[in-house]
Design a protein around this ligand. Structure first.
Ligand code: NAD
Ligand code: TDX
Length: 337
């Protein structure tokens, strides 16, 4: 796998994977990215020109996709519309990019018999009850959990997963799928929960928490997501799905309190705002298959340490996120969030 096409490689997680490839493999990387509002060319700065090339284009455009796939040994597919709140305001680009875009890529890898890895989310499984609602049964998602997506975003990702599974079974496409839990780390857009709260506090406002704040997310550092995807690409069995998670369950209010503590602010200095429609209650990943079968382990086992490093990164990179902040907050303000 010398030549790897990374779709969405100028986004938060895709760009982290490109850095991972350059640092840990001898692969040549082509990034195909439409450079939407969520992308950041700066996240790819400093990478060697003779190893990484950026092509600006749409994954739903077969004329762009086909020749790039034809010259690749593998495609790792990150490109997506990724934010649940946006999918509630305007679902159309989610269906177009996440479903139609994945279809176009699948047709190209089928034609040229190229290895494909599809990056997806645990949200395709819907949600779980909170632990105190189920007593002693700490149920988590596994590869066998039935699909039950809640939002236009998660439904579009579920649709894309189903397309990949069908292309494997019907056409023999050499594909794997991973479904990962919530990522955090540098270069995440300020619309997302952790960067939004860090930057609200840096700008002197209160963190803004939806509903009762008891919703649980299973946090993983994006470096660990990248090493897991590379492990699956190298060693995963064709046609298989692997869940990626690092045992990082935390309620939203716990995360916000950790951020406030870090800045020496009172732990109850929270702005409680309108809940998200259809808000999933709890996500939790059982990642035994990936760990036992492929020998993967996360490096970031200490959330507080990973969070402190992420806060430091946002403090040092205000020039990057500050221009994105105003427009993002204006959109939230219009919805009372
Ligand atoms: P992101 O929004 O930060 O980045 C998405 C990238 O895709 C951007 O660079 C954007 O320009 C590009 N893109 C969007 N539409 C495109 C199109 N039509 N053609 C080409 N490029 C296009 O997203 P992210 O958080 O980095 O997520 C990356 C992938 O990982 C997504 O598939 C997402 O579903 C999945 N995922 C994300 C998380 C998470 O916590 N963020 C967790 C699990 C899975
Ligand atoms: O301001 C906020 N306040 C708040 O309480 C925001 C932006 C979010 N939240 C809550 C909603 C969720 O319970 O925080 C939690 C995390 O929210 P997001 O960052 O929007 O993530 P989530 O909806 O869980 O989805 C994320 O993880 C799975 C990614 O955005 C998806 O791309 C990925 O598939």
């Amino acid at each position: 796998m010398r030549r790897i096409l990374v779709t969405g490689g100028a986004g938060f997680i895709g760009s982290n994977f490109v850095h991972h490839l350059v640092a840990n493999t001898d692969a040549y990387v082509t990034v195909l990215d439409k450079l939407t509002y969520a992308s950041s060319e700066a996240s790819l700065a400093g990478l060697p020109d003779d190893r990484v090339k950026l092509v600006v284009g749409d994954i739903a455009d077969a004329a762009v996709v086909e020749p790039l796939v034809a010259e690749s040994d593998a495609v790792v597919h990150y490109a997506a519309e990724s934010h649940n709140d946006n999918s509630l305001s305007d679902p159309a680009p989610f269906v177009q990019t996440n479903i139609v875009g994945t279809f176009v890529l699948l047709e190209a890898v089928r034609k040229h018999d190229v290895r494909f890895h599809h990056v997806s989310t645990d949200e395709v499984y819907g949600d779980l009850p909170l632990l105190d609602e189920v007593g002693s049964d700490p149920k988590r998602f596994t590869e066998d959990t039935p699909y039950q997506p809640s939002s236009p975003y998660s439904a579009s990702k579920a649709g894309s997963d189903h397309l990949v599974r069908a292309w494997v079974r019907s056409f023999g496409v050499r594909a794997t799928i991973s479904n990962c839990s919530n990522n955090y780390g540098p270069w995440q857009h300020v619309e997302k929960f952790i960067p939004r709260q860090i930057t609200e506090v840096i700008e002197g406002r209160r963190p803004r928490v939806y509903g009762d704040g008891l919703n649980v997310r299973d946090w993983i550092h994006t470096d660990d997501h990248s090493s897991a995807v590379w492990t699956i690409l190298e060693k995963g069995r064709i046609g298989q799905t692997y869940l990626i998670g690092a045992d990082g369950e935390k309620s939203n209010v716990e995360v916000v309190r950790a951020i406030l503590r870090h800045f020496g602010r009172p732990e109850d200095d929270i702005e409680w705002v309108t809940d998200r429609a259809g808000h999933d209650r709890r996500y939790a990943i059982e990642s035994g298959k990936l760990r036992n079968e492929l020998g993967w382990e996360p490096k970031y086992q200490d959330f507080d340490k990973g969070l402190a490093a992420t806060i430091a990164w946002y403090q040092e990179n205000e020039a990057w996120w500050s221009p994105l902040k105003h427009e993002t907050e204006a959109k939230y303000a219009a919805k009372g969030q």
